[in-house]
Design a protein around this ligand. Structure first.
Ligand code: G3I
Ligand code: 9MR
Length: 552
């Protein structure tokens, strides 16, 4: 694969009862070009990895540092796919992962020059979007229309959801904020490339522009989603012509919007020349959203009976309040927002669309040297260290050397893998250079990244178009309907999910039921093989961070 394994684990056993069997004793690494053995070592003792119910022995490849192409071989057992070691091994992946967002843009034709065989007409102008009955406001009535173009399709469907946009856009903005030099020189091929704004930010702006249209100018509240009433058939975007609606303002959407706009206001400030006044407009939008959320603290999204598309429902809103408050605090330096975050009672957890409090700590840590005296710097560091230590502990004691446990395999498990890595990277960045704590956190993050890039019991890269074997039939309507055999590259699929919520829609059974093996590379499998913006965003972050932090 395109991954650079620092510790290799080859599945060499079969699940079975009793004592784990020893399958092999030694491994060797061969230079793929010359066939010469460049590294030999002993395999670790066999151990059972519960999430896959599979026996595993580890091969430690960390001594292998010379650029080249290699294979691992266990004599008498077998040989791995070829993998590459290079100082810039992850850059093509980071670029493709950003381009995946471009391929999911609404309201834009993808040109042959930029999209190649995946060129397509524009879908969803979204210039005449109806107000659903659930969305009426002081000045807007049911059935009236708003202009709400641009944005990304959420996933394999063609709807646009604010909650999921929140964590996705933030993760891209954070990647830029943490590694500006890397992204300033990463041009990926977008319509805007060369306009003086780094491509990662150009891409983020496509969705920020849409998000802004989802705020009701009359009161600052933000609609939860822009959607059809039902999911589309398997057609290209320009053939998906069902009526579009904005649905109910919600507290979660409004707070996620506030967090993103406060973040965007500061991250985009250096690029105001391209769009004069943008940074302050973004901050005003964030403040208006915050005010609405304070006045409507429990407007939980309730799916209307005639709407059956993605719900992104969440009735625990403390984390959204904390995150929005933290971003507003960092951008405005107004201490009241720090207090509003309730730092003493806000933990750091692995981020997900429905649990965003970890993002507050990520941003506070990034800015810790420049915060007002109100902020408790020791607390900020200890929150991220505590989570990092926990994930490092799980990694160290895992037979597969990943901090994923059986219960972590849920819908979108690959994003849990990547968001665990993202939080480990935060812990690593806080640790002193050269310290064991930093090395452990980075090694654990690397190991999780290797997992999605192919060092997993499915033996499959989880990113379309990358690695020697990768998903061919993602639940992604354009990839399925475009008549091109290969799926659009650069998308990470949801991954193993024992919930199998799509079982009744699938003509073929899942091959296995163990949490880490419950995956089906079939279009039918929206519960294990869909793509989504909130799963691709940490792929961008983690691939770039490992590239930047391991730079020689
Ligand atoms: O929160 C509970 C947790 O308390 C419990 O322990 C766990 C046990 O399974 O379940 C958790 O709920 C899960 C929930 O996501 C929150 O993570 C549900 O099982 C799970 O079914 C649910 O899946 C969501 C799925 O939509 C169905 O609603 C995914 O997170 C979410 O990524 C996915 O998003 C869809 C959009 O609705 C539509 N567009 C495509 C997109 C990707 O598939
Ligand atoms: O395509 C839909 C996908 O984007 C969603 O994540 C998923 C769960 O909400 O639903 C998919 O749509 C399916 C629907 O729920 C049930 N009938 C089959 C649809 C897939 O073609």
């Amino acid at each position: 694969g395109s991954s650079r394994p620092t510790s290799g684990g080859e599945p060499v056993g079969q699940p079975g009862g009793g004592k784990p069997r020893t399958i092999g004793r030694r491994f060797e690494v061969l230079d793929d070009r010359t066939g010469q053995v460049v590294l030999r070592g002993a395999l670790g003792a066999p151990a059972l990895w519960a999430p896959a119910q599979i026996e595993v022995q580890l091969a430690d490849l960390s001594a292998l540092k010379t650029p080249g192409r290699y294979r691992v071989q266990v004599p008498g057992v077998g040989s791995s796919a070829v993998f590459r070691i290079a100082a810039d091994a992850y850059l093509p992946l980071s670029a493709a992962a950003i381009r995946a967002f471009y391929f999911n843009r609404a309201s834009l034709a993808l040109t042959p020059a930029l999209a190649g065989v995946y060129a397509r007409p524009a879908g969803h102008a979204d210039t005449q979007v109806r107000l659903h009955a659930s969305a009426v406001g002081p000045e807007r009535r049911e059935g009236s229309v708003i202009d709400s173009p641009k944005g990304w399709y959420d996933a394999g469907d063609y709807n646009k959801y604010i909650v999921n946009s929140g964590i996705s856009v933030y993760t891209l903005l954070a990647a830029y904020e943490h590694y500006p030099a890397l992204f300033q020189s990463l041009t990926v091929g977008l319509p805007e490339s060369g306009n003086g704004v780094p491509d990662l930010l150009n891409e983020a702006l496509w969705n920020i522009d849409w998000m802004l249209t989802m705020q009701d100018p009359a009161d600052g509240g933000v609609y939860h989603k822009l959607t059809n009433l039902k999911f589309d058939g398997v057609v290209m975007p320009d053939r998906a012509d069902a009526e579009r609606y904005v649905v109910q303002k919600s507290t979660a959407a409004t707070l996620d919007f506030a967090a993103v706009m406060a973040t965007a206001s500061r991250v985009l400030a250096p690029f105001d020349a391209q769009s004069p006044g943008r940074s302050s407009r973004l901050l005003k939008a964030a403040q208006a959203a915050w005010a609405w959320a304070k006045a409507h603290p429990d407007a939980v999204y309730r799916q209307p009976p005639d709407v059956v598309t993605g719900e992104y429902g969440d009735d625990k809103l403390d984390d959204e309040f904390a995150w929005a408050a933290a971003e507003l605090y960092i951008t405005t330096r107004d201490d009241r927002f720090y207090q509003a975050m309730a730092p003493a009672s806000t933990a750091a957890t692995v981020p997900a669309w429905g649990d965003v409090k970890g993002l507050a700590w990520v941003s506070l840590a990034q800015h810790r040297a420049a915060l007002t005296p109100a902020a408790d710097r020791a607390l900020i560091e200890s929150r991220l260290r505590t989570l990092g230590d926990e994930l490092v502990g799980r990694w160290r004691h895992s037979a597969w050397r990943v901090s994923m446990q059986a219960k972590d395999f849920d819908w979108g498990s690959n994003s849990t893998v990547l968001n665990q890595a993202l939080m480990l990277i935060q812990a690593a960045r806080l640790a002193p250079a050269g310290s064991p704590a930093r090395k452990d956190a980075l090694d654990a993050a690397q190991s999780l990244f290797d997992y999605v890039m192919g060092r997993n019991p499915l033996g499959l890269s989880m990113v379309t178009g990358f690695g020697s074997v990768s998903p061919m039939h993602p639940h992604h309507r354009p990839s399925q309907a475009d008549g091109v055999a290969a799926p659009i590259p650069g998308f990470i699929v949801g991954g193993a999910n024992p919930g199998q919520q799509d079982k009744s829609d699938c003509p073929v059974p899942y091959p296995a039921s163990a949490p880490a093996l419950s995956y089906l590379d079939h279009f039918c499998s929206y519960a294990s093989n869909e793509v989504a913006i909130n799963w691709n965003a940490p792929l961008v972050y983690v691939s770039a961070a490992l590239q930047a932090l391991n730079a020689p």
